[in-house]
Write a protein that binds this ligand. Structure first.
Ligand SMILES: Cc1cc2nc3c(=O)[nH]c(=O)nc-3n(C[C@H](O)[C@H](O)[C@H](O)COP(=O)(O)OP(=O)(O)OC[C@H]3O[C@@H](n4cnc5c(N)ncnc54)[C@H](O)[C@@H]3O)c2cc1C
Ligand code: FES
Length: 349
C-alpha cells in the first residue's frame, strides 16, 4: 500500500460538528481515485498510540482539483474529534492511498438514473458520485435522498443547492429531517422502506436498470435492502458503504474453539511467526508485537488487510467484506480472522 504525506490546502467548517479537509496533490504525482472510494488517515500519536481511520473522498475526481475528505465528529471519538480540532492549513498528514470497492464507474454514453441514499456523514461518498455523474454522463439523472436531524446538520446544504440549480433537469435532492424546526416545510422522519418506495416511484424508478448507492446507519441500509429484495433488483445494481461494523446477530466464531496458535504471515518479502492468543485476531496479535501489517478500518469493512490463507484453517468473525468467490479462494481479512488450527500461513500481497 502506498503512503503519502499530504499537505492540507484548506479546512472548511461545514456544520458545527463537521469539517472538510482538502489536500494538495504531492509534487511528483496526481492521486488517482474513483468517486466513492476512501483514503486512510494515520495519526502518529493520539493518547500515546498510532491510529488510523478511513474517510471517503467528498471531492470528485472529475470536478475537483484537490482531494478532500469530510469528517463528522463522533461523540468521544478519537480521530474524528482530533481532525476537527487540530488540523490547520499547511499541516501534513500521513495518508494511505485511495481504495475501496464502493465506487461509481462513469460511462460517457449512459442514459440512466442513479439513486443515492445517505444519512449524516454518509453523504461524503455520495456527493463525490453525484458530482462525477453529473459531469461525465450528460444524459443521466441523479436523485439524492438525504436524512439528517435538523436544518443545521445538513452537510453540503449550499453546495447541493448550487448543484441542483446548475443541473436543473438532472439533479434533485430530497431532504428528510428527524427533528426539524417549526419552519421546516420539507419531509419529516427518517429514511425507511415506506417513504423510500414512494419517493422512488415518484422519480419513475426502473428497478431493472437503475443503480442504487447508499451509505448510512445500519437500520437505513436494512430497510432499503428490503425494497431491493422485494423488487428483485440485481445485486450488481446495488452498492453499499458502511462506516461502522454491522452488529453481529450471532458470533460466527465459537470462542470456546479458539486456542493459542502460532501463525506465519508473509508480507513484503518478510516472514513473521507470532503467537495469536484466543481473544485476539491475527491483525491484533501482529500489531501488539510491532509487526507492521496493512490495515485500516479494523472492522472487516475496507479490505485493506486482505490476505490469502495458504495453509491451515482460519475463521472470520465477519464475512460481509468479501465475496463468496474470494472466501472460496481462501482470502481472509486479518482484522477479523482467528487461527482455528496449527500451521496457519497467510500471504499478503
Ligand atoms: C470506508 C469508510 C469510510 C468512511 N468515511 C467517513 C467519512 O467520509 N466521514 C466520516 O465522518 N467518517 C467516515 N468513516 C468513519 C471513520 O472512519 C471513523 O470510524 C469515525 O470518524 C469515528 O472514528 P473515531 O476515532 O472518532 O471514533 P472511535 O474512537 O473509533 O469510536 C468512538 C465510539 O464511537 C462509535 N463510533 C465509531 N464510528 C461511529 C460512527 N460513524 N457513528 C456512530 N458511532 C460511531 C464507536 O463504536 C465507539 O464506541 C468511514 C469509515 C469507513 C470504514
Ligand atoms: S482493516 Fe479494514 S477490513 Fe481489515
Amino acid at each position: 500500500m502506498k503512503t503519502y504525506f499530504l499537505q492540507v490546502k484548506e479546512v472548511i467548517q461545514e456544520t458545527a460538528d463537521t469539517v472538510t479537509l482538502s489536500f494538495w496533490h504531492p509534487i511528483s504525482e496526481q492521486i488517482k481515485y474513483k468517486a466513492g472510494q476512501f483514503i486512510t488517515i494515520s495519526i502518529p500519536t493520539i493518547d500515546g498510540k498510532k491510529v488510523k481511520r478511513s474517510y471517503s473522498m467528498s471531492s470528485s475526481p472529475a470536478t475537483d482539483s484537490a482531494v478532500a475528505v469530510t469528517v463528522k465528529r463522533v461523540p468521544n471519538g478519537l480521530v474524528s474529534n482530533y481532525l476537527n480540532d487540530n488540523v490547520h492549513t499547511g499541516d501534513f498528514l500521513e495518508v494511505i492511498e485511495p481504495m475501496g470497492s464502493f465506487f461509481f464507474e462513469p460511462s460517457e454514453n449512459a442514459n440512466r438514473n442513479i439513486f443515492l441514499f445517505g444519512a449524516g456523514s454518509g453523504i461524503t461518498p455520495l456527493i463525490s458520485i453525484a458530482k462525477t455523474t453529473l459531469k461525465t454522463e450528460s444524459n443521466t439523472k441523479v436523485h439524492l435522498l438525504y436524512g439528517n436531524r435538523s436544518e443545521e446538520s445538513i452537510i453540503f446544504k449550499k453546495e447541493l443547492e448550487i448543484l441542483e440549480s446548475q443541473y436543473k433537469e438532472r439533479f434533485s435532492v430530497h431532504n428528510i429531517l428527524s427533528q426539524p424546526s417549526d419552519t421546516w416545510v420539507g419531509a419529516k422522519g427518517r429514511i425507511n422502506q415506506a417513504n423510500t418506495t414512494l419517493w422512488l416511484k415518484d422519480a419513475s424508478v426502473d428497478f431493472k436498470k437503475d443503480h442504487f448507492f447508499m451509505c448510512g446507519p445500519e437500520e437505513m441500509m436494512d430497510d432499503l435492502k428490503k425494497i431491493f429484495e422485494l423488487y428483485d433488483v440485481d445485486k450488481s445494481q446495488v452498492h453499499y458503504e458502511r462506516f461502522n461494523a454491522p452488529m453481529q446477530e450471532e458470533d460466527t466464531v465459537n470462542t470456546d474453539e479458539l486456542k493459542r496458535q502460532t501463525v506465519k504471515v508473509i508480507y513484503d518479502g518478510d516472514t513473521h511467526d507470532f503467537v495469536v492468543e484466543p481473544h485476539q485476531t491475527i491483525l491484533e496479535a501482529a500489531l501488539e508485537q510491532d509487526i507492521d501489517l496493512p490495515y485500516s478500518c479494523q472492522a472487516g469493512m475496507c479490505t485493506a488487510c486482505l490476505g490469502k490463507c495458504t495453509d491451515g484453517k482460519v475463521k472470520m468473525d465477519e464475512e460481509e467484506g468479501l465475496t463468496e468467490k474470494e472466501i472460496a479462494q481462501g482470502y481472509i481479512l486479518t482484522c477479523v480472522s482467528h487461527p482455528m488450527s496449527e500451521g496457519v500461513v497467510v500471504e499478503i500481497d
